[in-house]
Ligand binder design. Structure first.
Ligand code: SAJ
Length: 419
């Protein structure tokens, strides 16, 4: 049976591009989101997120009638769940995954499920979440059979197929990346491959649901551990008066060494979050992964201490100046270079801390945004030339505009090593 109508639950950074890709292949796509503003925006043929090339694809899909957005699920042949999996809001030292969005989404689609449907969990999830989702579906629909009880004969097939696309390159990577397909049975996997082959040109590699869940967590934990290694090196080198950037470029000349780049900390929704899903599940065993998280989370504090030191050195060497007269410029607010995404950004958090602790003027230079978020009231958004006239300079993101500029100052905290 082919897939004529596909429903995507959660129209955010992953769900919307995925829905748009299916629609661009002339599939009828029903996007579902609880956010009325997002639904209205999409139905006008516009987008509510920033992702290169996505606006045109969504506009065409909506205009041609292949994509529509709604707030409550309608029948379809396949359902892809792409909702957030944040942390639970408790005081635990190890943050625990919150599956309530997945639960709500599965309980919302359950009433419209029919025999032959496929349900795919795309959200990054702790090991066991797909089996849990199948239980939630079965609890609402005792009249249908599911893989956990009926195996290959299930009425509804269930799989985990994690998204692995890089923000800023989503449209290309959705098509080109290999896809891990973790069906609860072989038939669930085969049906999922058939679905993704609508637009995926990469290889669809089959495994089981638990391994697929762990594969996604492993990829992001691997990157987190590697960045932690670079961040720890930068702190060691600072103490030993060695240029960490030169050191890494020398070490990387070894044919089997590829050290990543230090920075102000690790941001975004993925690398700084997903390793906790492993640590929360296996706290005794996940020692290295846990330590890497702590190393990366502590890097912003180290940067702030460096800024404090630069301010006190400046005041010592300029005794006529008062603290109120010292101007600090922070270069970059986004969570990584050449994007406008400020969510979970170490650069933003460091700038906020500097703003809170410093009595004088704090300026931000962020070429990718025009308006500052409300939480930064008191901060001045200025151009590069104005920032240049500050007393203390804090480079937080290696945006291309900063890389092509030069800045020389005795009072420079350069977390990306470009000046
Ligand atoms: N960073 C460094 N040093 C580096 C590389 C990155 O400090 O050498 C920092 C960045 O500045 C940023 C953070 O790490 O703050 C994360 O950036 P990123 O580019 O490594 O990753 P994300 O969060 O944009 O996307 C990741 C990707 N995962 C991997 O590369 C293994 C992407 O493929 C995933 O789909 C995405 O997470 C996700 O959704 O899980």
């Amino acid at each position: 049976m082919s897939f004529n109508t596909i429903s995507v639950i959660g129209l955010g950074y992953i769900g919307l591009p995925t829905a748009a890709m299916f629609a661009s292949c002339k599939k009828h796509v029903i996007g579902v989101d609880v956010n009325q503003h997002a639904v209205d925006t999409i139905n006008r043929g516009e987008i509510h997120i920033v992702e290169p090339d996505l606006d045109k694809i969504v506009h065409t899909a909506v205009t041609e009638g292949y994509l529509k957005a709604v707030t409550s699920p309608e029948p379809a042949d396949a359902f892809l769940i792409a909702v957030p999996t944040p942390f639970k809001n408790n005081d635990s030292t190890i943050p625990e995954p919150d599956l309530s969005y997945i639960r709500k989404a599965s309980e919302a689609i359950a009433p419209v499920l029919k025999k032959g449907d496929l349900v795919i969990l795309e959200s990054t999830s702790p090991v066991g979440a797909t089996e849990q989702m199948a239980e939630w579906l079965a609890a609402v629909r005792p009249d249908l059979s599911f893989p956990q009880n009926a195996g290959e004969n299930a009425d509804v097939n269930v799989a985990h197929c994690p998204e692995r696309v890089l923000p800023g390159h989503v449209v290309r990577e959705l098509v080109e990346n290999d896809r891990v397909i973790g069906g609860m049975t072989a038939k669930c996997s085969a049906r999922s491959v058939e679905l993704y082959k609508t637009f995926v040109q990469g290889e669809c590699v089959i495994t089981n649901a638990r391994t697929a869940e762990m594969a996604k967590l492993t990829e992001n934990s691997c990157r987190d551990v590697q960045i932690a290694f670079a961040n720890e090196l930068s702190i060691i080198c600072d103490k030993l008066d060695i240029d960490v950037w030169e050191l890494i470029s020398l070490a990387n000349r070894h044919p089997r060494i590829n050290i990543l780049q230090p920075g102000p900390g690790v941001g975004g929704h993925c690398i700084a979050v997903d390793p906790w899903f492993i640590v929360a599940r296996t706290p005794k065993e996940a020692q290295l992964i846990h330590t890497a998280r702590k190393v990366n989370d502590s890097k912003p504090h180290w940067v702030i201490d460096k800024v404090k030191l630069a301010v006190s050195e400046f005041l010592q060497e300029n005794p006529t100046k008062t603290m109120q007269e010292v101007k600090i410029a922070c270069y970059g607010l986004a969570f990584k270079p050449d994007i406008d995404d400020l969510r979970e950004s170490p650069a933003l958090n460091i700038t906020k801390s500097i703003l809170n602790m410093h009595a004088g003027t704090v300026m931000a230079i962020e070429p990718n945004i025009n308006v500052l978020p409300d939480s930064l009231s008191g901060l001045e958004l200025v151009d590069f030339g104005t920032g240049n006239r500050a007393d203390i300079h804090v480079l937080l993101v290696d945006h291309k505009q900063f890389k092509s500029a030069t800045l020389q100052s005795k009072y420079l905290v350069d977390t990306k090593g470009i000046w």
